[in-house]
Design a protein around this ligand. Structure first.
Ligand SMILES: [Zn+2]
Length: 153
C-alpha cells in the first residue's frame, strides 16, 4: 500500500455538489438577484410627521424605481417640520442613497416570469422638477444659520 501523501486530503476531483444557495426573488416581480433593502419616504408638516417604508427584497429595476419615487417624494414633502428638516428628511435621503448603491451593485436580473411585471424606473431624481422643491427649505435654513452666525459675532 503506498504511503499517504498530503495531497490525498486535497479537494476531490470534479465539481463539488453543494446544494444551491436559496434564491430570493424581487418582492414586486419575482426575479433574481434581488437585494434585501428598505426604501423610505418621509413627510413632515409642522408638528406632524409620516413615514412610508417598503421592505424588499427588490431587483435593481423595481428597487431603483421605488428609490427614485420615494426620494423625490421626500425631497418635496419631507422638510416642513423642525425635526424633519434637521433629522428625518436627511436620514431618509441617506438611507435611500445606500439602498440605491446596493441595487446598482446587483448583477443583471433574469428575465421576468410570464404574467409578472417590473416597475418602470422613470427619470433620475435630479431630472424630476419636484425634487428641486427641497431647495426652498435648504436656502431658508442657510439664511437663518448665516444670520445667527453674523448676529452672534
Ligand atoms: Zn423586480
Amino acid at each position: 500500500m503506498p504511503p499517504s501523501s498530503p495531497t490525498a486530503w486535497s479537494a476531490p476531483a470534479g465539481p463539488v455538489n453543494l446544494p444551491p444557495a436559496p434564491l430570493v426573488g424581487c418582492r414586486v416581480c419575482g426575479v433574481s438577484p434581488a437585494a434585501p433593502i428598505t426604501v423610505r419616504a418621509h413627510q413632515g408638516l409642522l408638528f406632524m410627521m409620516r413615514w412610508q417604508t417598503l421592505d424588499g427584497p427588490f431587483c435593481a429595476i423595481c428597487g431603483i424605481a421605488l428609490v427614485r419615487d420615494m426620494t423625490t417624494k421626500t425631497l418635496w414633502q419631507g422638510w416642513w417640520s423642525p425635526i424633519s428638516l434637521i433629522l428625518a428628511a436627511p436620514f431618509t435621503l441617506v438611507s435611500n442613497w445606500i439602498a440605491y448603491h446596493k441595487l446598482s451593485q446587483l448583477q443583471p436580473a433574469a428575465p421576468v416570469f410570464p404574467g409578472q411585471r417590473q416597475l418602470i424606473p422613470g427619470k433620475p431624481v435630479l431630472h424630476r422638477p419636484m425634487a428641486y422643491v427641497a431647495l426652498i427649505p435648504l436656502i431658508w435654513a442657510t439664511v437663518v444659520i448665516t444670520r445667527l452666525i453674523i448676529s452672534g459675532a
